[in-house]
Design a protein around this ligand. Sequence first.
Ligand code: C2O
Ligand code: CU
Ligand code: CU
Length: 460
Amino acid sequence: MLGMSRREFLLGSAGTLTAFAGGSLIANHASAADLTLPIKTLSHSLLPDTVTENMMGFGAGGPPPVLRLKQGEAFTIDVVNQLDEASIVHWHGLRIDNRMDGVPYLTQQPIEPGEQFRYTLVAPDAGTFWYHPHCNTLEQMARGLTGVMVVEETEDPGFDQDLPLNIRDFRLAGDGQFTSLFKPRNAARGGTLGTVSTVNWQSEPVYDLPAGSLTRLRLAVTDLTRVGTYDLSKADAAVIALDSNPLSKPIAPEGIVLSPGQRADIALRVPETEGEIVTLTRRSAKGPKVIARFRAIGTSAGRSLSELRPLAPNPVPEADLANAEVLDFVFGWSPESTAPQPGICGSLGYTFWSINRVAWEGDTPNPVEPLALMRLGKSYILRFRNETPNAHPIHLHGLSFKLLRSNKRALPPLVTDTALLLAEETMEVSLVADNPGNWAFHCHVIEHQKTGLTGYIRVD
Ligand code: C2O
Ligand code: CU
Ligand code: CU
């Protein structure tokens, strides 16, 4: 066994078993995956005293498990589709091999009911990410298929605990059962909001944390629609990363705008006094709405935020702006001439939106032409022009980009995979096209994505 990895050992023993079984090797993988992730329907109590039926989940039951990877290390996941419709899983924000990106027809065939697919993920960046289907997304995500994924830094920053917060709404009627998942008239506007707000599938959870300890809160907005502004009450805390990229200067956890797909990592020093509570709220017209509470328990661990090691920047290359080519992307209404094609991954049969005048729903067996071609290794400036009166969280798969400037506001130099483009805003971002393949590019308001605000960019 000396010098043999666990994986090689498993491979070896599986081979031996095959020989004994007379060569009847039917499994397509000789070794077990690091994780088996079933996708299935389930029921769960989202609200007290009621059980919501017809939910969809990952894993054994309950809220989707937090997946934990290590930066730079391969991790294999067998996704087993136990639904009675096709599905697929996308790992939002991971700059991985295109074949593992989980987009139907563009990177792989949908996973049919009863079938499974092995994803091998090697995450170059550390931070907070998430995962969700990219098939019939409006329904599958609405019913629960959104989970948080953590990629741990190679160097431990020194927290006492790590608390992922999967923030999303569900559209439930008064009886706790799903109501219409969206309304077409809203799909043509800002999108349809949920009715019940949850964190880790609970409404207003209270988390007990050791007094005076250091906690890493990982906020991940996996909602289909809602853009929110979040505040952490009177706490000794700082935002240390946004969309998985560390901030060079941590900022106060006040007025953090997070749109669907976006994340924020907050370093929180739990209050010293037993019973003291820190509250995470979201702003609303009716005043702050409580999202979650954090309560100090026990005697103080006496730690301080200054003991944390700063997070190392992720290895995202800097664009060469002097030699970058500018590519234009216009987000607008759907041209009337476009007839959407049906796909087994769920078409609504109509479109409202477009990118560069092309309306695509992202799931048809014959993808449209790429919106742009990028040469591998070259630098680009992408100019996003929003012609519409609605905001759009614009997301690019497989590549991270840096915010440069806007015609509406001063932009911090953030590196991200999802940027909120305001109504009628023009924003420029830069990137190096260092990851080959066809990369989906879409609005993360899922109703917009499904009604035309989707395309892809080819890097080769
Ligand atoms: Cu969260 Cu196409 O992605
Ligand atoms: Cu993505
Ligand atoms: Cu949108």
